[in-house]
Design a protein around this ligand. Structure first.
Ligand SMILES: [Zn+2]
Ligand SMILES: [Zn+2]
Length: 344
């Protein structure tokens, strides 16, 4: 089969490799669509603590079950599926509490195991056993189904942000994740939804969401949020970008007793931010960070996508064959599109 093999930092090559052997508790997927995530760009340039080269990355995957191990009863050849890449162990303290994103022994497809930038992908035993393989309904395209993974992370984020009916939600960062947050906030009964970005182009691409858009390259975000909220500021702020400045400014944009979610992680070389702690002391707001998702969040994401309650079609701006994966990485890195899909 063809696979995009990341052999070392910035050394990505398309090669012919053996189709993985399927052991008794595993499943082999024929990959139909694998979306490029911002994390794939980071991994390409800097590697990752859980990745030992060579590795096939790609963790936003949908496809068809090609082969099932002899002990696997829940799936059969030909099933259309989306795969939740984060694999909880199911046994640790946090898994037993139902907090699988916090699993002490979490592993992930595309990191510890080969991922979806290839013609076939093996789903390891732990993923099969812990519900990471979700069947998708016939009406849901493979293209939309692979977006279940980022949407699942957004669902986890909004659950922990404790969005309430009528809340004014401010989302900083209008990339694919910011847009998914906007679409989900709508069906989570948010009141006003404000989506802001420092890129004019990003703001233009987000027009279809119907959110209040703030182009931070022209307008002062503090003044805009103040105007839109009659001075009380945003009940819930979601920082959907890995930016120190965005995290720092969010502390001034949140309403009293509101909450901020640091959804985007900061680069590991500079993870510190500075803020006036009295804002927190007097504002009594909550700060939470979220990342990742559980198999259940992925299942919910598939339902929202297949029923059309989240219409993510406009997020898909590019489709490329595996051979053009480097082009795809560049498009995502230079923010020249929203979701770029690799169709192997
Ligand atoms: Zn992702
Ligand atoms: Zn666990």
């Amino acid at each position: 089969m063809k696979g995009a093999i990341l052999k070392d930092i910035e050394k990505l090559e398309i090669e012919d490799v053996n189709i993985p052997e399927v052991k008794e508790n595993e499943i082999l997927i024929k990959v139909k669509s694998c979306a490029i995530c911002g994390t794939d760009i980071k991994v390409f340039h800097y590697g990752h603590k859980h990745i030992v080269f060579p590795r096939i990355t790609g963790h936003e995957v949908s496809g068809i079950v090609e082969k099932v191990g002899k002990n696997v009863k829940e799936y059969r050849e030909g099933d259309r599926v989306a795969v939740a890449p984060a694999i909880p162990c199911g046994k640790c303290y946090f898994c037993r509490k139902g907090q699988q994103t916090m699993c002490d022994n979490l592993t992930a497809i595309g990191y510890h195991y080969d991922g979806g930038f290839a013609e076939y992908m093996l789903v390891p035993e732990n993923a099969v056993m812990n519900g990471c393989v979700n069947k998708i309904p016939d009406n849901l395209s493979f293209e939309l189904a692979c977006l279940a993974e980022p949407l699942a992370c957004v669902i986890n984020g909004q659950i922990l942000s404790r969005i309430e009916t009528g809340d004014t939600i401010l989302i900083l960062g209008a990339g694919p994740i910011g847009i998914l947050h906007t679409l989900l906030a709508k069906i989570n009964s948010a009141g006003k939804i404000i989506l802001a970005d420092i890129s004019e182009e990003r703001i233009r691409e987000a027009e279809f969401t119907g959110a209040y858009l703030v182009d931070m390259s022209k307008d002062d975000i503090y003044e805009e949020v103040r105007k839109i909220t009659d001075g009380h500021m945003a009940d819930k702020v979601i920082v959907a970008v890995g930016s120190r400045q965005a995290q720092e400014i969010s502390l001034k944009l949140v309403a009293k007793r509101g909450s901020i979610n640091f959804f985007g992680g900061l680069p590991k070389e500079s993870p510190f931010i500075q803020f006036d702690s009295n804002l927190l002391h007097y504002g009594e707001f909550f700060v939470v960070g979220t990342h990742g998702s559980t198999p259940l969040h992925n299942k919910i994401a598939i339902e929202l996508l297949s029923t059309g309650r989240i219409d993510a079609q406009k997020l898909i701006t590019h489709r490329l064959p595996l051979e053009k994966i480097k082009e795809g990485l560049e498009i995502v890195e230079n923010k020249k599109g929203l979701k770029v899909l690799i169709i192997p």
